[in-house]
Design a protein around this ligand. Structure first.
Ligand SMILES: C[S@@+](CC[C@H](N)C(=O)[O-])C[C@H]1O[C@@H](n2cnc3c(N)ncnc32)[C@H](O)[C@@H]1O
Length: 489
């Protein structure tokens, strides 16, 4: 592999004697992996049904090495959102941010969703995930992945971080910054990135990273956690960016992200080969030793950098947070510019514009739906996450779960709803075996024939126990309603 000369020189001076071992990794192939969607299936159950060979990734309990030749993206289970295809090191950042169900979580550079899909899964439907990417086209891919994963409580945005600060001051419990970077850690996997490196260089990205991390810092609640990651080696973009934050915002501290050895053992995890940060590379403070570096010659994965940060609560804030009056304020949304309804959407309460057909369909779904959270926007019905601030003026790609669209006297349930359902949450099910030829025909949006008599209505087509999409049946005519934009090609 022809690495840029300047890059080689920099790596030699950083790594010294280790440089040769590092260089050897370019003679080996990169690793491929998949991460199981725990919203839909446990890793153990997935191992039982998975048709291709898997080997566990030691540091991620729902991550596996795969053989790319087996094409895991060409399987109906992929279309059912059972897993995300992801490079093994790239699974680490989301796995080390301590997300709990109920948290308010921001993924500020989220597209195409490799980390957001895991963060959303770990919320288990409680709390809210705000997934943002400045690039509108990439944010569309992000939205698709959020929907395919069946995440119901996400807000998908495409905004500059500086704009988000006005809407979400000290709002989030957890923030992930998977920063745009020079991508040095991905040269082996995607050699085309080298051109980008030569064109933009480290400085360009470092400037962006410093901007993004400061904005993100302002959106984190005191007491919250923020994780910064890159897929590059350059100290400027890594320890350098963290050192910059620590100077600008002294309330932040780097914390140990890896569990103790005994905890690792209990959780069947191993972080062997993970290395600490290098303060000496940026003339930085000792705290930076707690940063984490993943080197491709030390682990079976590509290069990454990860830092978990904690935002301290100072004594005044702590007293204030404990005052019931403050808690009420937060609950009522006063401090965070909450409004009783999201702007530019109309609630059912104000405008009973949800049709009877839509309500009838919604009542046939067996997961809890708070009617106060139902809104209609341009004939589409959404289920909103609770407790969002006023979003007027933001570029919103999706707010909550799109349930479906009202069309004259009909209601058409959405693809996103199908993917968010469990087989037990809807009555009219058509279950097919994984190798049933009808499945591929269905996913290609072709017509399918089924044996037997069916009552008219909307049926949820499943591969085994996992929903794929809708099929409409009337007078024993089958109308394939799989979303054309998602079809198998
Ligand atoms: C490393 S990628 C994110 C990958 C993503 N986290 C994943 O796991 O799939 C960095 C992302 O940052 C976005 N980006 C670039 N500049 C940005 C900015 N100023 N604010 C927010 N996002 C930005 C890019 O569009 C890109 O999608």
């Amino acid at each position: 592999m022809n690495l840029p000369q300047l890059f080689e020189d920099r790596m030699k001076s950083l790594l010294g004697e280790e440089y040769e071992a590092y260089l050897q990794c370019y003679n080996k192939p990169h690793f491929s992996g998949l991460r199981v969607n725990t919203l839909k299936i446990t890793p153990e159950a997935f191992e039982q049904i998975c048709p291709f060979s898997l080997r566990r990734i030691p540091w991620v309990n729902n991550g596996y090495y795969t053989d790319t030749e087996q094409q895991p993206s060409k399987h109906p289970f992929y279309y059912a959102g059972l897993y995300y295809i992801q490079e093994p090191s790239a699974m680490t950042p989301a796995s080390l941010l301590p997300v709990q169900p109920g948290d308010k979580v921001l993924d500020i550079c989220a597209a195409p969703g490799g980390k957001s899909t895991e963060l959303g899964a770990r919320l288990c439907g409680e709390g809210v995930l705000v997934s943002n990417d400045i690039s509108n086209s990439r944010a569309k891919a992000l939205l698709k992945n959020i929907e395919l994963f069946g995440i119901r409580n996400a807000l998908v945005l495409s905004e500059a971080p500086g704009k988000l600060v006005d809407y979400f001051p000290e709002y989030f419990d957890k923030i992930l910054i998977d920063a745009p970077c020079s991508g040095e850690g991905m040269f082996r996997k995607s050699p085309a990135i080298m051109k980008n490196w030569e064109q933009y260089g480290v400085e360009y990205y470092n400037k962006l990273q410093k901007e993004i991390i400061l904005y993100a810092a302002r959106m984190l609640k005191p007491g919250g956690y923020m994780l910064y990651s890159t897929c590059t080696f350059s100290p400027e973009e890594n320890e350098g960016t963290i050192q910059f934050l620590l100077k600008e915002c002294p309330e932040f501290h780097v914390v140990k992200a890896l569990p103790e050895l005994s905890e690792q053992k209990n959780a069947s995890l191993s972080y062997e080969g993970f290395e600490h940060g290098r303060p000496e590379w940026v003339d930085g403070n000792e705290e930076l030793t707690h940063c984490i570096r993943l080197w491709p010659h030390k682990i079976d994965g590509e290069g990454h950098f990860i830092t978990l940060l904690h935002k301290e609560i100072d004594a005044d804030q702590l007293d204030k947070l404990e005052e019931p009056q403050y808690q009420n304020q937060v609950a009522n949304g006063a401090k965070l510019r909450f409004v009783s309804k999201p702007n530019s959407y109309t609630t059912r309460k104000e405008n009973s514009s949800i049709s009877d057909e839509a309500l009838e369909f919604i009542h046939s779904i067996k997961f809890p739906i708070n009617q106060e959270q139902l809104v209609v926007h341009e004939d589409r019905v959404y289920l909103l996450p609770e407790g969002l601030p006023d979003l007027k003026g933001l570029r919103i790609l999706r707010q909550g779960l799109l349930l479906g669209e009202m069309k004259k006297s009909r209601f058409e349930p959405s693809q996103a709803l199908a993917n968010s359902l469990k087989v037990t949450e809807y009555d009219k099910i058509i279950r097919m075996k994984e190798n049933d030829p009808n499945i591929i025909r269905y996913l290609k949006c072709e017509s399918i024939e089924l044996e037997g008599d069916y009552r008219a209505g909307w049926y949820l087509v499943c591969v085994e126990d996992y929903p794929l999409g809708w099929l409409k049946i009337a007078n024993n005519n089958f109308k394939n309603k799989y979303l054309p934009g998602w079809r198998w090609v």
